[in-house]
Ligand binder design. Structure first.
Ligand SMILES: Cc1ncc(COP(=O)(O)O)c(C=O)c1O
Length: 378
């Protein structure tokens, strides 16, 4: 990370390609592979391996809590963000007279549980303008009936990063009944987080945080635990799973622990623990200080090529993502991929993602090949 010798040692699979697609799939360091091997060794111990499994889960809660800015016992793991959101919907049990605010920059996992519910709350869409979400347009959507405001700290769609403190203050003031829920999937491990005072923080584990698939993080500060207890069956989430009264009632652990319903997904937990601890040795602040200027260079380089990034770049509130729309985006993506430059293409959109393992050379190659592609395709 940052240091080329470290990148060569810890990310050997990056050699010979320009990987700018962490917003889809992060490339874990070798330390994560070693942790997965430890999981394998522990698993081979059978039941005797469980002490190590549970210790890995505890250690992962500890480091995850530090990244998010909550306490260790305010974090739990499920299997993906979508699972966490669906569990959140059981905790809220919203009625038709309740209101939910969603943004049009959000990923479907966080936006759709409220649309899929059998009893649907009223959904109000916070629409972006010029790729940004303005508090002026949020304000009229908030009121006494608002029970949930669901946002992503960094949008998967265009990389827009919400200014957290003003958003939080507005929601607390204008919608006092609302749960403020924030998805940090596109920020955890890349941006210094400032949203630990949300009511719930949710993340997937296979992107910037350097983990693998099959993990989901739910962090709920103790003060919100009573309001955010998922009403799901299971055993790991229950106080009385094996007690005499277990067929009379389910005593659910409050808050974050209610989001871990069955035997934890240990392999992704070992991986996340190793990934976050690896990032911690470098420091997210240093990663952002290295990668934010590279993101800015992508932004300006695209403008120089006559392309329009889908969100403006704000130096004081940067993310790792820049996206553009182009009628020939698919062909551009194919050409770049053939030159071993990895980006995301989806629905007319090209998305560039810059992490700590990227270099100024990566960005120069990207912009050079994009220029070539534009010339050849015109
Ligand atoms: C903001 C955000 N949340 C969640 C996810 C993934 O959700 P899940 O873990 O449900 O697959 C993504 C994936 O791109 C995302 O960008």
């Amino acid at each position: 990370m940052i240091d080329p010798a470290l990148i060569a040692r810890d990310f050997p699979s990056l050699h010979g390609r320009t990987y700018l697609n962490t917003a889809a799939e992060g490339i874990p360091p070798t330390a994560v592979g070693e942790a997965l091997h430890r999981y394998w060794e522990d698993k081979l111990q059978g039941m005797d391996g469980r002490a190590a499994h549970f210790e890995a889960e505890r250690a992962c809660r500890e480091v995850t809590a530090r990244f998010i800015g909550v306490q260790e016992n305010e974090v739990a793991f499920c299997s993906c963000s979508a699972e966490a959101y669906n569990l959140l919907s059981t905790a809220l049990a919203l009625e038709p007279e309740n209101e939910v605010v969603l943004s049009d920059l959000d990923f479907p996992s966080g936006a759709t549980p409220w649309l899929a519910a059998r009893v649907r709350p009223k959904v109000r869409l916070w629409k972006s303008t010029g790729g940004e979400l303005s508090l002026e347009t949020l304000s009229p959507l908030l009121n006494e009936k608002t029970r949930l405001v669901q946002v992503s700290l960094v949008s998967f769609y265009n990389g827009y990063r919400l200014p957290w403190a003003p958003l939080r203050d507005m929601v607390r003031q204008r919608a006092p009944q609302a749960i403020l829920s924030v998805d940090v999937t596109q920020a955890l491990g890349r941006c210094v987080l400032d949203c630990g005072d949300a009511d719930i923080v949710i993340s997937s584990t296979h992107k910037w945080s350097m983990g693998i698939h099959g993990g989901g993080i739910a962090a709920i500060p103790a003060r919100s635990a009573a309001r955010l207890t998922a009403r799901a069956g299971g055993w790991y989430n229950l106080e009385n799973a094996f007690a005499e009264n277990r067929f009379e009632r389910a005593e659910i652990k409050p808050g974050a622990f209610s989001f871990a319903t069955g035997m934890p997904s240990f392999a992704p937990i070992y991986a996340l623990n190793a990934g976050l601890r690896y990032l911690e040795t470098i420091g997210v602040k240093r990663i952002a200080a290295h990668a934010d200027p590279l993101t800015e260079r992508v932004h300006h380089g695209l403008v120089e090529l006559g392309l329009t990034p889908m969100a403006p770049f704000h130096r004081e509130n940067a993310s790792g993502i820049v996206a553009i729309r182009h009628p020939q985006a698919e062909q551009m993506h194919a050409r770049l991929h053939a030159s071993k430059i990895h980006l995301m293409y989806n629905a007319g959109r090209l998305r560039v993602a810059v992490h700590g393992y990227n270099t100024a050379d990566d960005i120069a190659r990207l912009l050079h090949e994009l220029r070539e592609a534009l010339t050849k395709l015109s």
